[in-house]
Design a protein around this ligand. Structure first.
Ligand code: NAP
Length: 455
């Protein structure tokens, strides 16, 4: 095939951007098993689709606003987006505006990098639907300025909030709730969240794990960071756990450090509480507390002690993991919440579907840091390249770049291209400069479209 290999990537988050980067390798090639080599053997063109006008997925709408270093990866993505052969089609929803079958016909291959943030894991307890009870997905999207969640009704009028689950997302949320607003005011947090937090009455955040401290899901750097929060005392409640003070694991050492600190006098408090399983969200009209059954560690797992108590709180946030949602036209594993695949090749009843691939959280589940997606995408791109070289891609009805752009524009007149996104980006960064902020995000989709169109 002398024409370029034409690949559609669905989803412009880290997984999709890394996949595009591996497909459109820079001159240095790809780092693999201790050396740099070329994955690509011929010219490639990548058309990237996203349902939003803005790319970068969880880097824009997930990474905590007080972690600007983690957002630096956007520089890498910008460089990939500027490579020859890359095009962006924002505001195009695959499965609605364009079907999976159409993409399969128009492109030699399609990589789905749609993430796993379409749905929440549920606790399955009474009261979960009460106002004041939200999933981390909603809450994080709200403070990150995701257009779909900008009107979330967040009530911070009560002094205590409880976060269920003790992964890194729980700690992100706890920091946002407790960080002084003057500090947040110099981040890219959404303006509406900043205003709500300005009037926040929350003074205590309880991060509740159902198991003991050794099984907490947060990482050591994130745990260590809590100790640096200005004006916040960190308190550890181990419950009935037997704390092994000889345990030298870094997180245990950090927890012990917090536990052994003399009682603080700070205005705000972060409680890391262990061995508590939520059994009901309480309240009449709104959340008033969380009923918790205490557990003990029996050596192999947790078991209830038989003692229950209520933590009074006006806000309950479930940070117990994300879940992928099906893409219409593709198989979906309801049990694991991912698109079934073998090494990135989408499968139907264990048989690969020619030309269909996945990468990122929709391939392997909602686990791992941003960098994990780099290797994940590389593995998928290697599978795709191998299939291409072995003649396993269809390629009989592939559209040219011009024809593909024409048909997308006909379907989606509001489509935002890379130039349009760059206009949004420049607008946001310029708006932020005035306030010593990295950017002020546009969260209204109409405003995004207007700026993208140069209006
Ligand atoms: P996570 O790390 O999987 O943590 C989920 C937490 O929810 C665990 O503590 C889990 O406890 C608990 N949980 C699950 N079901 C529960 C239930 N029914 N009742 C009570 N607790 C329950 O998920 P995450 O925090 O959403 O993070 C997702 C991924 O993104 C992780 O890989 C994380 O490291 C990554 N991430 C990284 C960063 C960073 O690098 N700074 C920031 C954010 C997210 P059990 O362990 O007992 O199941």
């Amino acid at each position: 095939m002398s024409r370029p290999l034409r690949v559609a990537v669905v989803g412009a988050g880290p997984a999709g951007m890394y996949a595009a980067g591996h497909l459109l390798e820079g001159p240095a090639g790809t780092y693999l098993r201790g050396r740099t080599m070329r994955l690509s053997t011929g010219p490639v063109e990548v058309d990237m689709f996203d349902r939003l006008a803005t790319p970068w997925g969880l880097v824009r709408h997930g990474v905590a606003p007080d972690h600007p270093d983690k957002k630096q990866v956007q520089r890498v993505f910008e460089e990939i987006g500027a490579r020859p052969g890359f095009r962006f089609f924002g505001k195009v929803t695959v499965g609605v505006d364009i079907s999976v079958a159409e993409l399969g016909q128009w492109y030699d291959a399609v990589i789905f990098a749609v993430g796993a943030t379409g749905d929440d894991v549920r606790l399955g307890i009474p009261g979960e639907e009460l106002p004041g009870s939200h999933s981390a997905r909603e809450f994080v999207s709200w403070y990150s300025g995701h257009p779909d969640h900008r009107f979330l009704d967040v009530d911070l009028s009560q002094p205590r909030a409880v976060i269920v689950g003790n992964g890194n997302v729980a700690l992100d949320i706890a920091r946002v709730l407790l960080t002084p607003v003057e500090v947040l005011a110099h981040t890219d947090i959404a303006d509406h969240a900043l205003e709500t937090l300005r009037d926040s009455k929350v003074r205590e955040v309880v991060v509740l794990g159902r198991r003991g401290y050794r099984h907490a899901a947060f990482h050591a750097p994130e745990l260590s960071e809590l100790g640096e929060l200005a004006g916040v005392d960190v308190v550890v409640e181990y419950g009935s756990d037997t704390v092994d003070y000889s345990d030298s694991e870094r997180r245990s050492t950090l927890l012990r450090g917090y536990a052994e600190r003399p009682e603080g006098t700070a205005d705000r408090k972060l409680v890391l509480r262990f061995l508590g399983t939520p059994v009901a969200v309480q309240g009449d009209e709104r959340v008033s507390g969380l009923r918790v059954a205490n557990n003990r560690w029996n050596g192999g797992g947790i078991e209830p002690t038989g003692v229950e108590e209520t933590i009074d709180a006006g806000l309950v946030l479930r940070a117990i993991g994300y879940r992928g949602t099906p893409v219409p036209g593709l198989p979906f594993d309801e049990h694991t919440g991912v698109i079934p695949n073998i090494e990135g090749r989408v499968t139907d009843s264990d048989t690969p579907i020619p030309g269909m691939y996945v990468t990122g959280w929709i391939k392997r589940g909602p686990r791992g840091i941003i960098g994990t997606n780099k290797k994940c995408a590389r593995d998928t791109v290697r599978a795709l390249r191998a299939d291409h070289e072995n003649g396993l891609l269809r390629g009989d009805t592939t559209l040219s770049a011009a024809a593909a752009a024409r048909v997308v524009r006909e379907r989606c007149p509001e489509v935002v291209d890379w130039r349009g996104w760059n206009r949004i980006d420049r607008h946001e960064v310029a708006a932020g400069a005035e306030w010593q902020r990295p950017r002020v995000k546009l969260t209204d989709p109409d405003a995004q479209l207007a700026i993208a169109a140069g209006r």
